[in-house]
Ligand binder design. Structure first.
Ligand code: ZN
Length: 501
């Protein structure tokens, strides 16, 4: 299998070695999946490694560059033209998704189109941001993606099913990724975020074989993308707290400090790095890329995005879903995540100040009532009911798991002070998140993102109804602490810190 051939002649890959050493400290190593990537090459001028990587991993067949229609520059030169020139000895051809000015959505139709265009390739090289990377993963994997749930099927405590053994299939097309911006952490895991029946879903896919992070390429990206990367990483101050909470209420099997530590240890450096991102400072971009790489690897070995994708991600997903249904452009994922992280940090503060753990035993809503609420919430943008049906499929699973986990919740009442302290140790204050976003020049409010306040409030109030991932929004809701007045109070708290609507 070509994809496992070692590329020993390439630059020493300290990131993968260091990550593996850190994961060896896991208290539950049996739950972790092996890293299926073979090389991560990051440096100031490493694009020239690409032909060696193609030689190491390609199978017989054409070399295809997969990209979108946006223009990209490296040191003032046309990046895509330079890549095609580098790959000219392999007779590389280009497949371009979308047209200039038109957004490419990672939906099943686009993946199917890419799959047809890449059929028979001996190697695919994606050149682009997270969306192109994810489409490339899904389009090059041996087994076509069918839209069935992956991690989102895990509320019963099981790890995801499917072809998720942590290695790429021998039949996957060899896949190399050129990261063109440090905007999201899609580049180093084996999942693809795709739009399924109008809902954002994270589906099992395949690992890239190799990743090239040329800091000259990243520095040439539009500032707004790398600033969005700072927003994406503010989720390390909210997402892990959601996963720890889910674990403590018996709805997540896998909180692992070794996994979370890959991106959370020393994450407070993000604040000083953020100001460097605004100046395109090389060392700051290098830190941001490395941290982003590690966060992606953490999700890959966990087999799910739960360690870093909590309420802040669900809010961003709802903004995207509303935009796509209404034909509006979607915002940058990381920028939205950063704005949402301020609100979620405010919610945690608000909840932890006043939460009586006895309310963990509040009666859960009847399924009929919960279903009617989801129909109403998602009917707003999708009168066909398709999206509500998709969301209920997973939310209903979460509700039943919550009811079934009553004994875990009873135990948590006594343990609450200690669990609360652990949760607090993972969080950041909303004003700190705002300060970090501002240092990078990233948006801090929904209006900065161009989101209208009604849609933004809708996303904040209802993001937990999207999927079966449990988190702080669910706790607030199921403990009677997420009424309209509560939503307004939390948004006001976020606004006082410089975020919110
Ligand atoms: Zn993200």
């Amino acid at each position: 299998m070509a994809a496992t051939r070692p590329a020993t002649h390439l630059a020493e890959d300290r990131t993968l070695d260091d990550v593996r050493a850190r994961l060896a400290r896991s208290t539950h190593p049996e739950r972790l999946r092996p890293i299926g990537m073979h090389a991560i090459v990051q440096g100031g001028d490493v694009l020239g490694h690409l032909p060696d990587l193609v030689r190491a991993y390609a199978r017989p067949g054409s070399v295809v560059v997969l990209t979108d229609a946006s223009s990209m520059e490296r040191h003032g030169r046309d990046l895509k033209a330079d890549i095609v020139a580098l790959l000219a000895p392999f007779g590389a051809r280009v497949v371009t998704l979308g047209t200039p000015g038109a957004e490419v959505h990672a939906d099943l139709a686009t993946v199917a189109h890419a799959r047809r265009a890449l059929a028979g390739a001996g190697c695919v090289v994606s050149v682009g941001s997270g969306t192109i990377c994810d489409i490339g993963k899904a389009a090059t994997q041996a087994v076509p993606i069918d839209g069935s749930p992956a991690e989102d099927g895990a509320a019963d405590g099981s790890l995801p099913a499917g072809s998720m053994d942590g290695t790429s299939s021998a039949m996957d097309i060899p896949y190399l990724v050129i990261q063109t911006a440090c905007s999201v952490n899609a580049f180093t895991d084996d999942m693809a975020v795709l739009l399924v029946r109008g809902a954002k879903r994270t589906l099992p896919s395949r690992w890239p074989d190799a990743l090239v992070i040329d800091l000259g390429v990243v520095a040439g990206a539009p500032d707004v993308l790398n600033q969005a990367g700072v927003g994406e990483l503010t989720s390390v101050f909210t997402g892990p707290a959601d996963q720890l909470l889910a674990s403590e209420v018996g709805l997540d099997p896998g909180y692992d400090e070794a996994v979370v530590g890959l991106f959370r240890d020393d994450a407070e450096r993000l604040r000083e790095v953020a100001s460097g991102i605004a100046r395109r400072d090389g060392a700051s971009l290098a830190w941001l890329c490395d941290r982003m790489t590690r966060s992606g690897l953490a999700l890959g070995v966990a087999g799910r995005t739960a360690p870093i994708s909590g309420a802040e991600h669900a809010i961003s997903h709802l903004l995207d879903m509303a935009a796509i249904r209404t034909g509006s452009p979607t915002g940058y994922h990381g920028a939205q995540v950063g704005v949402a992280a301020v609100v979620v940090a405010a919610l945690w503060q608000d909840l932890l100040e006043r939460f009586d753990p006895v309310r963990l035993l509040d009666q859960a809503p009847e399924e009929r009532v919960a279903r009617a609420r989801i129909d109403q919430v998602f009917g707003r943008f999708d009168p066909s009911g398709e999206t509500a049906e998709e969301c209920w499929r997973l939310y209903g699973h979460k509700l039943r798991a919550w009811v079934a986990a009553g004994p875990a919740r009873e135990r948590l009442i006594d343990a609450w002070p200690a669990v609360r302290a652990r949760i607090e140790s993972l969080l950041a204050e909303p004003a700190w998140v705002v300060g970090t976003l501002r240092a990078a020049g990233a948006p801090t409010t929904f209006s900065d993102l161009g989101a209208d306040p009604v849609t933004a409030r809708w996303a904040v109030a209802n993001a937990h109804l999207l999927r079966d991932r449990f988190g702080v929004l669910d706790l607030a809701d199921l403990a009677g602490r997420w009424t309209d007045a509560d939503v307004d109070r939390v948004l006001a708290r976020a606004a006082a810190a410089g975020g919110g609507l």
